[in-house]
Design a protein around this ligand. Structure first.
Ligand code: PLP
Length: 393
């Protein structure tokens, strides 16, 4: 029903993914590099969202606006129907992004010098954001076996007990694509409560989960919720990152008040009118589009895994439970990251994310973003194979 096959030219659209390659990869870029790195999609947005935006634009007046009651209701309904979690519209606060929401939470509830726990390998801003606020990042490495991540809860508890003020939880996990089990999420919420640790649950990838896996929100399993701040957004799910729209779910009234005061101190105005319009349209009308998107992503993942593992036997492709990010394990090739990245860029003309960007645990991995038409994925995979074959000569 929807078009996930047409290849759109995103060059010269101020796209971070397509137009910032030279800065990011420190290379001279001609139009021959295929970018499969930063986590946005090369698909156009759902037609219903586009219609809502066009209608709002045609109205033509863009004075100051506030998040409408309808927007709150659309979120409450989405979270209920998609994630079986009952929330109240009164618990919502709006932000321009999930990372701004994480930063806001840290700025409100921790002090410079406080310890913030993260689980590496993990999305780089989990490290940079607390560091930029002069918090001390404590890294607790996930266990890894055959590219699959898990949490050693004894060690996790030990880490939490070391005077940690906040834990930033990546649920589902980027870069591993792991959808944490109900038991995992429950233990995390319980342990954070036990040690009085603020749980910042980044659930931006929650909607991008493949059956039979299901996302568990921290709020749905927690006995106590006062210590939890959930950060969500429609931006990954519906490819709206450029419109900057996210929200926090905060059950505790006092915490909400403190967050609002912090927003005021930094003159943070929350959503733009177009971000709000897109978010509401996405949640009210986006479900059929999302269903087809997930089918498309799954097909892409299967292709990448089959093709790479058939043609490059020493490289393992971890099939993600969720997200459109594939974590590729090349440790058996025995080459350094520097050589791998150089070869991918120079021989394959392919820009992937180097694993150590996610922490030292990422050594020997690259991350490939497959949220693009299958033809583009095929092109990327062939570039990968060409490059790796050059490596082993
Ligand atoms: C786990 C995670 N959190 C947050 C973000 C970015 O969110 P935002 O653009 O809303 O700040 C990403 C983007 O890749 C992500 O993977």
């Amino acid at each position: 029903m929807y078009d996930f096959t047409t290849v759109h030219n995103r060059r010269n659209t101020s796209s971070v993914k397509w137009d910032m390659l030279a800065e990011i990869y420190q290379i001279e870029v001609k139009d021959d590099i295929l970018p499969m790195w930063v986590a946005d999609m090369d698909f156009p947005i759902a037609p219903n969202i586009a219609d809502a935006l066009i209608e709002r634009i045609q109205d033509g007046v863009f004075g100051y606006s506030f998040p409408s009651k309808g927007l709150g209701e659309s979120i409450v309904k989405w979270v209920k129907e998609t994630h079986h979690t009952t929330i109240s519209a009164d618990w919502l606060l709006y932000e321009s992004g999930v990372i701004p929401a994480v930063a806001l939470s840290l700025a409100t509830f921790t002090e410079p010098g406080d310890k913030v726990l993260i689980q590496g390998p993990v999305y780089p801003p989990f490290r940079n954001t607390p560091e930029n606020l002069n918090r001390v990042v404590v890294n607790f490495s996930l266990d890894e076996k055959d590219g699959q991540y898990s949490i050693n809860f004894d060690k996790f508890e030990e880490a939490l007990s070391q005077d940690i003020q906040a834990f930033i939880f990546c649920n589902p996990h980027n870069p591993g694509g792991k959808v944490w089990s109900k038991e995992d999420v429950k233990q995390i919420t319980d342990l954070c409560h036990k040690y009085g640790v603020l749980l910042i649950s980044d659930e931006i990838h929650a909607d991008l989960v493949f059956t039979p896996h299901t996302h568990t929100t921290a709020l749905s399993v927690a006995e106590h919720t006062d210590h939890i701040i959930t950060c969500m957004a429609p931006t990954k799910t519906f490819n709206l990152a450029g419109l900057q729209a996210a929200y926090l779910i905060v059950t505790n009234e006092e915490k909400r008040l403190k967050l609002k005061n912090q927003m005021m101190r930094s003159a943070n105005m929350g959503l733009t009118v177009l971000g709000a319009t897109a978010m509401q349209a996405a949640y009210e009308t986006g479900k059929p589009w999302l269903k087809e998107l997930l089918d498309t992503l799954k097909e892409n993942i299967v292709y990448v895994k089959d093709e790479i593992e058939t043609h490059v036997p020493n490289v393992r492709v971890t099939e993600p439970n969720g997200t459109y990010l594939i974590w590729i394990d090349y440790r058996k090739l025995g080459v350094s990251e520097e050589v791998m990245m150089k070869t991918l860029l120079e021989e394959g003309k392919l820009a992937l994310e180097p694993g150590t960007k996610y922490g030292p645990e990422g050594e020997g991995f690259v991350r490939m973003n497959i949220a693009c038409p299958l033809d583009t994925v095929k092109d990327g995979v062939q570039r990968f194979i060409t490059a790796v074959n050059k490596l082993s000569i």
